[in-house]
Design a binder for this molecule. Structure first.
Ligand SMILES: C[S@@+](CC[C@H](N)C(=O)[O-])C[C@H]1O[C@@H](n2cnc3c(N)ncnc32)[C@H](O)[C@@H]1O
Length: 264
């Protein structure tokens, strides 16, 4: 039995119905007719936790049991790119020491906000590949990156260039060739959530919550040509468990920091 079904809005057009079929196939889950039911009724009747609703808007994933409603949004990516254009910098980009033509493996793609900023910096000559383990997150992010309408055009182009892989980063790293990306990046779910970040609370509810372990770090050091970069809460003691010299980069009043482990 699947834990998720796809359905449409009430009074679905043929076109909506066709798109819902594509989503059901993509996620390998059943497509069920809406039949006038509320989303909670669909979940109960079909014995599933989640319902993906295809309508004229963007696809929306619901978990009525947790009153959760999730859809793709590029979050702060546009503002961060605007800041970069204005010469104000970005601590993640600083920690990565990223520039045009570089390649980044973002092991924790989530909604893709960090990947979009990295993709804008590396440009068309560079490459950003993102890995997300949770199928519904990977599918919604892949769709959003490919279709979300946004201005200016260079931000849209940065989104379209990102490669999305639904996989566990342990597997992707193990299969990757040595020194195959300039930067390997992780933004794991923090042990303690940051207050006042509703968008992150939603992602957190759906995400794989494990922190970056020794196996992943070993493989990441092998795959990175220049550095492994990990995001944490500011003042985190995460770094202390490793016998490696993480260089900490934090922006002004930011509540987060980045650990950079140079490998060359
Ligand atoms: C804090 S979020 C990342 C947010 C992202 N940087 C952004 O800008 O939207 C962490 C993401 O990593 C994913 N994740 C955690 N462990 C993973 C693993 N082993 N393989 C792939 N993805 C993983 C989680 O499901 C979650 O979506």
């Amino acid at each position: 039995m699947s834990d998720l079904v796809v359905t449409t809005s009430h009074k679905a057009s043929t076109e909506q119905q066709d798109r819902a079929e594509v989503w059901a196939e993509r996620l390998a889950v059943p497509l069920v007719p809406r039949k006038g039911r509320s989303i909670a009724e669909v979940a109960t009747d079909e014995h599933v936790t989640g319902v993906l609703v295809i309508s004229d808007r963007e696809p929306v994933y619901y978990e009525p049991g947790r009153q959760l409603e999730y859809f793709f949004h590029p979050n702060m990516a546009k503002v961060r790119i605007h800041n970069l254009k204005a010469g104000r910098g970005d601590p993640m980009i600083e920690a990565m020491q990223l520039s045009g033509g570089d390649s980044v493996l973002d092991c924790t793609l989530g909604r893709g906000c960090d990947a979009i900023v990295a993709s804008w910096v590396v440009g068309a000559a560079g490459k950003v590949a993102g890995v997300e383990r949770i199928p519904i997150l990977a599918a919604l992010t892949a769709h959003g990156l490919a279709n979300y309408e946004i201005q200016p055009d260079d931000v849209a182009a940065a989104m379209r260039r990102i490669e999305v892989h639904q996989a566990d980063y342990h597997d992707v790293l193990t299969d990757a060739a040595p020194a195959s990306f300039d930067i390997v990046y992780f933004d794991p779910i923090f042990d303690q959530p940051l207050d006042g970040s509703p968008a992150m609370d939603l992602l957190r509810a759906l995400a794989d919550q494990h922190s970056v372990d020794a196996v992943a770090l070993r493989e990441a050091r092998r795959v990175a040509r220049r550095a492994v970069v990990i995001k944490q809460r500011r003042g985190s003691d995460y770094w202390e468990q490793w016998p490696f010299p993480f260089e900490i980069v934090a922006g002004g009043a930011s509540r987060i920091e980045y650990g950079r482990l140079s490998v060359s």
